[in-house]
Design a protein around this ligand. Sequence first.
Ligand code: ADP
Ligand code: MN
Ligand code: MN
Ligand code: MN
Length: 341
Amino acid sequence: MAKYKLEYIWLDGYEPVANLRGKTQVKEFDSFPKLEELPMWGFDGSSTRQAEGHSSDCMLKPVAVFPDSTKKNAALVVCEVMMPDGKTPHRTNARATILDDPDAWFGFEQEYFLYKDGVPLGFPPGGGYPPPQGKYYTGVGYEAVGEVAREIVDKHLDLCLDAGINHEGINAEVAKGQWEFQIFGKGSKKAADQMWIARYLLMRLCEEYGVDVNFHCKPLGADVDWNGSGMHSNFSTKYMREVGGKEYFEALMAAFDKYKNEHIAVYGPDNHLRLTGLHETQSIDKFNYGVANRGASVRVPHSFVKGGYRGYLEDRRPNSQGDPYKIASRILQTIATVPTK
Ligand code: ADP
Ligand code: MN
Ligand code: MN
Ligand code: MN
């Protein structure tokens, strides 16, 4: 028997963006605990905008578990928030009700800024701007990325891999202090669970550096020539990968056009500041698609067309604060309206 540190992690009731919360309990197990072995737990919902003060207990139901390599015998436990009966999903628990399909694959490209003392890492602390965008994207050297960011993103990559998360890569982004990582998963819940844990690990790691992760989609505002942050969502169903075809693709894109407002509604707040038609985006009120077009709502990879309109597509509209549970579910909902043969 050994004592395991179980960090229970959930989403709170703040709007429009839920915050990650976590607290740790210690339990004894023979070996690294399986999901079925993890008990339900509770928390004070009145402190997380999930309950009124007079009856404030909410329940935490473990739904996924990952090793935490930063500590001896430690686990990161993804939880759904439940009502006190332990059975009814809390109204803030999107995960409980989303569409899922284990054969639908999602690749999320999470962009974000690292912030210190209220400005992006590398911006002059007293105000003003560093040299304009150009050399930062995938850049190397102190002038491009500073002295600490790479250590953070590389450590984050290792933490994710240690946890068994399908972290697929990193790049420095277009703005100074802006970075991206990619997470791939099969099934909307699996992919999104991994994204939320990857976000948690990044935020927790940054504590050591006195650095914050700013996930806002346009932290520097819409009036300046600095990129915003997205969470491009790449997706493919079994049918898209194996059958596909031009006719199906066009019907799919027509459905995406029809439901464009419903998509934007779950693609993250303040997206009108980011989806302006500039900085590699399409404007928020338009839907279009294009082969290799980074100014389109949906980018069609070359490989998709070459492979006979089979493979995955990239929805470029979701932003960096979007909830991957809701994004993946909305994509599946629209796909479900298009008949397959
Ligand atoms: P870019 O920056 O050029 O848009 P990235 O390499 O950052 O592209 O991201 C591509 C994403 O596409 C990755 O997250 C990857 O996991 C995802 N992806 C690749 N193949 C598939 C697929 N068949 N279904 C869903 N996502 C996929
Ligand atoms: Mn990318
Ligand atoms: Mn990017
Ligand atoms: Mn992309």
